[in-house]
Design a protein around this ligand. Structure first.
Ligand SMILES: Nc1ncnc2c1ncn2[C@@H]1O[C@H](COP(=O)(O)OP(=O)(O)OP(=O)(O)O)[C@@H](O)[C@H]1O
Length: 296
């Protein structure tokens, strides 16, 4: 069975606050999705809907062609990993693995133990005796070893140190080769994690403003640098996200295609066209103040 995800025109209202305002997208097996958004943009709300923790106010969510809400056929194949509070949890790491094995059809106990060794998780230690970073490593271990068709990590790295996060990222990449599935990584660590993403979703104020393959999205951003008046002429009419000027040298971040003719023109004018990072595009597409200049 294919567990692709189809979200159509989903609205989520909490009393009189609308957290998601008509969101539609599809997710395909074998891809890692980076879900980005400012604080309060609606990421956790969206992920909680996919995990059927809550039901949408309107719109539809289909996983494997079915409504996943309270659906015992679908739910075992969706795994939502988030920052869980284990302060009252005195079960051990190993007993959680045994529990997961009973309820998760694809849970791989050997892989879970390998990950526990990598993350230095003592199997016989109660969860509430693990440090914050170790609890996150435990969560990530469950998410990876559960091998659910739809695996969601909502800021799962909280508290992990940099080398541990790197171990997690490497496992995400290796797992996508070994057992391809849908993985969604919601994160604020954009620069650190962007190399993992096949596809980028950006939520802003409850709207999905970007839903694009990573490479296509990134290729639309450019920095145009050179003599100020030439740069101004060149970027006129383009969507401009930011500008910096030092003396007579100006650099403008643009968003939109710069075709081959325009590239040639830029070279003639002595302008340099460089790439822009996902981090920069994200910041400037979601910043609060008016863009200093928008499409004219
Ligand atoms: N149960 C709730 N009742 C009322 N409002 C809520 C509830 N849950 C979330 N919200 C509101 O919905 C909006 C989106 O919240 P959400 O947690 O989805 O954001 P987020 O993008 O995950 O943010 P962050 O990056 O800070 O974790 C916020 O304004 C939040 O206050």
């Amino acid at each position: 069975m294919e567990f692709n995800v189809k979200v159509s025109n989903v609205v989520m209202r909490y009393k009189d606050f609308v957290a998601l305002k008509g969101v539609s997208f599809t997710l395909e097996q074998g891809k890692v999705y980076g879900l980005l958004g400012r604080n309060g943009a609606g990421k956790t709300t969206l992920l909680s809907l996919l995990a059927s923790f809550i039901e949408p106010t309107s719109g539809t969510i289909l996983i494997g062609g079915e409504n996943p809400f309270e659906n015992s056929k679908i739910m075992p194949h969706v795994c939502f990993i988030y920052n869980t509070n284990y302060k009252d949890e005195d079960e051990t790491v190993m007993s959680y693995f045994e529990f997961a094995e009973r309820y998760r059809p694809n849970f791989d106990r050997d892989y879970a133990k390998q990950l526990a060794t990598k993350f230095k998780l003592p199997l016989n230690k109660p969860l509430n005796k693990l440090s914050n970073g170790m609890q996150s490593a435990f969560n990530v271990t469950l998410g990876l070893a559960t091998r659910s068709q739809v695996t969601i990590f909502d800021e799962a790295y909280l508290g992990m140190d940099a080398p541990t996060r790197e171990l997690f990222y490497q496992e995400v990449l290796e797992e996508q080769v070994r057992q391809p599935r849908i993985m969604i990584l919601s994160t604020h660590l954009v620069s650190e994690m962007e190399y993992l993403f096949d596809h980028v979703l950006i939520v802003n104020h409850g709207h999905l403003i970007i839903d694009e393959p990573y490479d296509e999205f990134i290729s639309r951003g450019a920095s145009v640098t050179g003599e100020a008046s030439e740069v101004e002429k060149f970027v006129k009419g383009m969507k401009q996200l930011s500008m910096q000027q030092l003396g007579r040298t100006k650099s403008v971040m643009t968003y939109g295609e710069i075709n081959d003719d325009a590239q040639k023109e830029a070279r003639k004018l002595g302008l340099e066209i460089g790439p822009v990072s996902l981090h920069d595009l994200f910041i400037h597409l979601t910043k609060e103040e008016e863009h200093y200049e928008t499409k004219r």
